[in-house]
Design a protein around this ligand. Sequence first.
Ligand code: NOJ
Length: 582
Amino acid sequence: MAENPRPKTPADLPAAEPTATRPADEWWRSAVIYQIYPRSFADGNGDGMGDMSGITERLDALAELGVDAVWLSPFYRSPQRDGGYDVADYCDVDPIFGTLGDFDRMRERAHGFGLKVIVDLVPNHTSSEHEWFQQALASPEGSPERARYIFRDGKGKNGDVPPNNWESVFGGAAWTRTVNADGTPGQWYLHLFDSSQPDLDWNNPEVHAEFVRILRFWLDRGVDGFRVDVAHGLVKADGLPDFEKPLTGGSMGGAGVPLTPEIEGAAEPELPSTPYWAQEGVHEIYREWRRVLDEYEGDRILVAEAWVDPLTKLADWVRPDEMHQAFNFVYLETPWEGPALRRVIRDSLDAFGGVGAPSTWVLSNHDVVRHASRLALTAENPQGAGIGPNSEGKPIPEVGIRRARAASLLMLALPGSAYVYQGEDLGLPEVIDLPDEARQDPTWYRTGGERYGRDGCRVPIPWEAAAPAYGFSHTGESWLPQPEEWAELARDVQTGTPGSTLELYRAALRLRREHGLGIGRLEELDGYPDDVVAVRIGDVTVIANTGETPIELPAGELLLSSEPVGEAALAPDTTIWLRLQD
Ligand code: NOJ
């Protein structure tokens, strides 16, 4: 038996959160927030596409799981060229998902279960089918209708060279040329994403006013907050300068974290500044929105989707007069390695705590390879690339699920707010062998199949092993094909089954609440091998073994473990929660 490890001295610990300005009982400081991707959660009308009534019917499962809130990816009117992140009307529900009345019923039921409801706000761009963009196309150069977007003349003799060299996140140029009413080539418009997603011009006061109206529309309808899409992209550098894109990093920005271990104490990487990410001007927008939210009763929140490195810079998004939370993608991109994990946990608590915000923790979402596969990849795979039949370094499934369970158990112990993506509570892996013709991610089309994109993490989830489409839709329809192996992972099979991933999540969420882990203070524990993360939060000791050899465990009461624990040893790729003997 190893000796009980001693906590580090206070000087070694992350700075305490300044709580003077923010009360600690705000729900979002420690909430577990479940992401629903509406297209793939549950289909109420049997057309193969998830919808609002499907969500409403299945909310009881999330209440039983023990989460505090749901975040719904976009369900607004949209041609669905980017899974709904191409919004044509921000204040209506797309008919494929239902009606505003269906939304109200869903929200009421969620609130009835005590679940908060967060909706997605997409302010960087609209759909090209949005009324504003249609008006812009029909209006002359220099008109107020065009001034809501970023239209520019092309370069070169005939204006046939794009205004600058920026690339779309989904591949190809970030500019598309318009055609004038008389058939001649016209100006170009900027789209950081698909050509069906023209970027708005946030220098225009009309754009500001419109988004305040949209915020109020949903706040008045009773939502508890907004997840803000591309919250690092709204403002572009003056003059839209050319720049050399760094070779590292995922498609959404940030440095990306290499597969090699990070050296503790090493300086953060110096990144060249990108003229469309993390420009200073975005912060004034969030201050404006914060003032709006603060007018409303209840703790309504703003959550930044900002792929920003380093964490000390990301913390600017959650200063006291800006947003409440920011997704911790640095954590998501950290490899399953002790030194790197220890460092990111410490840096996160320091950086967010330094501005009085809780840290967040996230391992999966609708844009990344599911962590039950990602943690067992053997080749670099930048965010957005996806994996498919011809990818190198395909994951080893048994390693992936084992690490995923261990990583989730570590994440769910950490102080702050955790995000769970639909299906990770079932241990779903990425679907690798989707047929080409089924793929819908614009990344796949815009790169001519070079990047598979994100469909593999968006496959409709399994509810009942024996039902058509595993209970996703009563007709058996499913907009992406579900793998046969998913019968074994269906929610009904895992419910009440000791050792299932679902029961692991349920137990973790129950214990997290009982032991106040989300609002606890974290102490790092000394005396363990380098590839082990050992921390204490309140009366719970959490030990994660990322290495290749079993380690001895201190004596204590076993609360939960990601794999069966035998002979007082913690096997590789396992996390345990213990209450140590005094
Ligand atoms: C981030 C969203 O999460 C992603 O799914 C979407 O494609 C882009 N933003 C563009 O809206």
